[in-house]
Design a protein around this ligand. Sequence first.
Ligand code: FAD
Length: 303
Amino acid sequence: MSEDGTEILIVGDGPAGLTAATYLARFRRRVLVADGGAPRARWIPLSHNMPGFPRGITGDAILERMTEQATEYGAVIEDGRIERLTRDGDGFITRLNGRDLRVRAVLLATGVVDHHPDLPGVERAIERALVRICPICDGFEAIDKAVAVIGDDDKGVREAAFLRTYSDRVTLIHTGPAEALTEQAEMARLGIELIRAPIDNVRLDGDRVTALSWGGTFRSFDLVYSALGTSANAAVAEALNARTGEDGRLFVDAHQATSVPGLYAAGDVVRGLNQIAVASAEAAVAATAIHNALREADGWTVS
Ligand SMILES: Cc1cc2nc3c(=O)[nH]c(=O)nc-3n(C[C@H](O)[C@H](O)[C@H](O)COP(=O)(O)OP(=O)(O)OC[C@H]3O[C@@H](n4cnc5c(N)ncnc54)[C@H](O)[C@@H]3O)c2cc1C
């Protein structure tokens, strides 16, 4: 255990890490959250599918409330990134802000990084919900809109097909090589329009409308979804040979344990649905499993 008494390290201060921090602090565990900054949740302009918030809530407000709740029960949140974990007996040793930390268990709640389309002004457009990332989150707010999906492989087709639930004006702008698109017959069957355009010819314009042009032609859409995928922040686990899928996200068991003993994971970094409700649910499962494993190690369970 660390000199300051920290037993459990949570890496990441998004919804998964903060939910786990609240649970573990309420289990009376000494828990430290390493805050690497810029959780994905910060990008959410207004979430309408967060349980309990019928009029919606911003990503910032969600994080603020979760931080308040975790610290209320004694969780400590410290700015800084965890670059490496090393096995230390049954636990782990790491460094944070120049000091060694010895902990009994680690929860990775490190999330993913979005591959945004390389368009000038894209970050501002995401803030204004003109460029969107997650049709599961906000497809409902695209009902009857003229929707474009930017993709470079068949993921774009799948996302465009998903959006047909909401609009009959769905266009796929395929910016990748021709051979990366294999589902054209399905697109035609579903009534999805196809535009092939290099990303250089795609433009964001105006306050409410996203405008796109290619080959001298000009078309406007109400909003654009990016289907360019994500990269998992799983390097710390990979260095310990944790099992990952093809997409780089971590495999976990029913208790959110990775293939490395004592290392748990929750949220977007784990294979599954990238959603706050899911991240929080996984974090609750992981926190309870960690607490019970430590109780067992300390002989505090009934056999
Ligand atoms: C534009 C947008 C809109 C969305 N809308 C919704 C919505 O309406 N509803 C919904 O449910 N979901 C929505 N989502 C998805 C939601 O944001 C994610 O599912 C959620 O944030 C996942 O939480 P997380 O804790 O796993 O990861 P994150 O929120 O990404 O937090 C991970 C944290 O880990 C930190 N970290 C990473 N590596 C390290 C390290 N080595 N050391 C220390 N810290 C590290 C990162 O800096 C980050 O702070 C949206 C996402 C986007 C981008």
